[in-house]
Design a protein around this ligand. Structure first.
Ligand SMILES: [Zn+2]
Length: 480
C-alpha cells in the first residue's frame, strides 16, 4: 500500500516539477532495477534522462500518525460483587429465663410462747351488786311516758310511742356502775294485743324492756302477784316470758315449763358464779292453766322446791341469790311468813334474799342459820317506779352489797347497804323521775305531786319526813 502511495507521490512531484522549470527533480530510474549497481554515496546522482531534473526527494513523508489505537476497551468494571449478604443478625437468644427466686424458706416457726399461766385471781374476787324493788307501770306512768315520747317526737329524735328513759336517768349511772343490777318488773309485758293497762290488772308497753336495759339492769324478775294479770290461763305470762327471754337481760322467775323451772339461772362476773332463784308467795287470783296454750310454771314459794333448787344452785355456783315476792302490802312490818322463809333459806345456805311486794321499804338484816351461816335479807326494797300514794310508797331502796369470793371457795357478802331513793312527779303526775334521796331538795319535796293528795288529807310532808321513813325502818349500819 505504502508503495503505491509512494509512486503516486512521485508522479505528482514530477508533474509539479515540470510545471515549475528549474527545480531539479531526481527521478529515480524506475525502468530498471538499479539495485544491482547502487550508486555510491559520493557521487551525484545524474538522472539518466536529462530532461528530468532530479528532484530532491521530499522531505521524508510524515508518517501519518500512527493510528491511534483505539483505547483499549475499558474493561467493564469488574462487577461489583454484591455486598455480601448481610447475615441476619444472629437471633437474639431470648434472655435466659430468670430462675424464680429460690423459695424463701418460711421462717422457722416461732415457738409459741410458753403458755402463760392465766393470771392467778387475786382473792377475794369481788362483784358489786345493786337491786331495785317494784317497777310498777301505773296509768300515770305510761301516760307520762307517752307524753315524753311525743315531746321527743316533735324534735325528730324519737319515734316510739312511749319513752321511759328520762324516768331512770337520774339513777342510771349508779345502776350501770354495779357489776350486776337487778329489778323486780311488777307489770307484765304480754304484748300490745292485750292492750296497755294500769292498776289493778297491769300490762305494760313493750318500750319498758329496752328502757330498763338502757338504764343498766342485768337481771329482771317476773315472779310476783301480777304475773297472771293478763291471762289467768298463762298466755299473758307466756308472752311476757318470751318477751324478756328475747332481751339482752337475764330473766328470772318466769318459766316456760317444768324443765325450764329446773334450769337454774346463772351469771358469772369477775370469776364469780352467781345463781338466781325466784319465788312468789302471793298471787292475784287463781291460776287456772290452760295446758293447751301454755305450760308456764308459777314459782310459788314452796319449801321443798326451795330445798331442791337451792341445793342444785349451790352445786353450780359460788353464791346463791333468791328473789322473794312476799309479805303484806303497804306495811313496813315484816310478817312471820317472811321471817319463816328467810330463816329457811338461811339454813339452806342462801347468801342473799332480795324481798319485795309491800310497796314500802322494810328492814334489812342478817339472818343466821344454825351452822352460823349468815344470809343478808332485804325484806322489801319498796317501790322503784310508781305513782303510788302516800309518800312512803314513793320511797324505795337500792340493795347494795359486794360479793367477795375467797380463795377457799367461801363467799362473804360485804359492804351491805341500803341506798334510799324517791320517785318524784309533778302536781300533774307527770315528769316522773327516780332520784337518789341524797339528791332530793326541800324544793323538790314542796313541788312533789304527792303533796296534793296529802293536803286533801289535811297534811303536808317535808324532806325530813321522808328521811324519817328511812330511818325508822332501816338499821343505821345499812345507811351511809
Ligand atoms: Zn307485788
Amino acid at each position: 500500500m505504502k508503495k503505491y502511495r509512494l509512486i503516486a507521490f512521485l508522479l505528482l512531484s514530477a508533474m509539479l516539477f515540470s510545471a515549475c522549470g528549474t527545480q531539479s527533480v531526481v527521478i529515480p530510474d524506475v525502468q530498471g532495477d538499479d539495485s544491482a549497481n547502487p550508486p555510491s554515496g559520493d557521487e551525484p546522482i545524474v538522472p539518466s534522462h536529462p530532461s528530468i531534473l532530479p528532484i530532491d526527494p521530499p522531505s521524508d513523508p510524515v508518517d501519518p500518525p500512527d493510528p491511534v489505537d483505539p483505547p483499549d476497551p475499558v474493561d467493564p468494571p469488574d462487577p461489583v460483587d454484591p455486598p455480601d449478604p448481610v447475615d441476619p443478625p444472629d437471633p437474639v437468644d431470648p434472655p435466659d429465663p430468670v430462675d424464680p427466686p429460690d423459695p424463701v424458706d418460711p421462717p422457722d416457726p416461732v415457738d409459741p410462747p410458753d403458755p402463760v399461766d392465766p393470771p392467778k385471781p387475786t382473792y377475794p374476787q369481788k362483784v358489786t351488786f345493786l337491786a331495785a324493788g317494784d317497777n310498777i307501770l301505773h296509768e300515770a306512768v305510761f301516760t307520762d311516758a307517752m307524753q315524753q315520747a311525743n315531746i321527743l317526737a316533735s324534735t325528730g329524735s324519737f319515734s316510739k310511742k312511749y319513752y321511759f328513759g328520762g324516768m331512770y336517768d337520774p339513777v342510771a349511772a349508779l345502776i350501770a356502775t354495779a357489776d350486776i343490777s337487778f329489778v323486780n318488773q311488777e307489770t307484765p309485758v304480754a304484748g300490745d294485743d292485750f292492750g296497755v293497762y294500769g292498776y289493778p290488772l297491769f300490762n305494760g308497753p313493750e318500750e319498758i324492756g329496752n328502757a330498763l336495759i338502757e338504764a343498766g339492769f342485768d337481771v329482771v324478775n317476773l315472779a310476783n302477784n301480777h304475773m297472771l294479770d293478763m291471762d289467768r290461763k298463762g298466755t299473758g305470762l307466756y308472752n311476757t316470758i318470751r318477751y324478756w327471754n328475747d332481751k339482752d337481760i337475764l330473766q328470772i322467775g318466769g318459766y316456760l315449763n317444768a324443765a325450764d323451772y329446773e334450769n337454774i339461772r346463772m351469771m358469772e362476773k369477775n370469776g364469780v358464779k352467781i345463781a338466781f332463784l325466784s319465788y312468789t308467795d302471793v298471787m292475784n287470783g287463781d291460776y287456772t292453766p290452760n295446758k293447751a296454750q301454755s305450760d308456764v310454771v308459777i314459782p310459788y314459794a314452796d319449801k321443798s322446791v326451795m330445798a331442791r333448787q337451792v341445793a342444785a344452785a349451790k352445786a353450780l355456783s359460788d353464791v346463791v341469790i333468791v328473789s322473794m315476792h312476799w309479805g303484806s302490802e303497804n306495811t313496813e312490818a315484816v310478817t312471820d311468813t317472811q321471817k319463816s322463809y328467810a330463816k329457811y333459806l338461811a339454813e339452806l345456805g342462801v347468801d342473799v334474799i332480795l324481798g319485795h311486794h309491800s310497796h314500802t321499804i322494810q328492814p334489812v338484816e342478817w339472818v343466821q342459820a344454825g351452822d352460823g351461816h349468815k344470809t343478808l335479807c332485804y325484806y322489801s326494797l319498796g317501790n322503784f317506779l310508781s305513782t303510788q300514794h302516800p309518800i312512803k310508797n314513793l320511797v324505795g331502796i337500792f340493795a347494795s352489797f359486794t360479793i367477795a369470793l375467797q380463795e377457799d371457795g367461801s363467799v362473804k357478802i360485804e359492804e351491805a347497804k341500803a341506798i334510799p331513793h324517791l320517785t318524784w312527779y309533778s302536781t300533774k303526775r307527770d315528769n316522773l323521775k327516780i332520784m337518789l334521796l341524797s339528791d332530793v331538795s326541800e324544793a323538790d319535796i314542796r313541788s312533789h305531786g304527792s303533796q296534793l293528795r296529802t293536803a286533801q288529807n289535811g297534811g303536808t310532808f317535808t324532806l325530813s319526813d321522808v328521811y324519817a321513813i328511812v330511818e325508822r325502818v332501816l338499821d343505821k349500819k345499812f345507811l351511809d
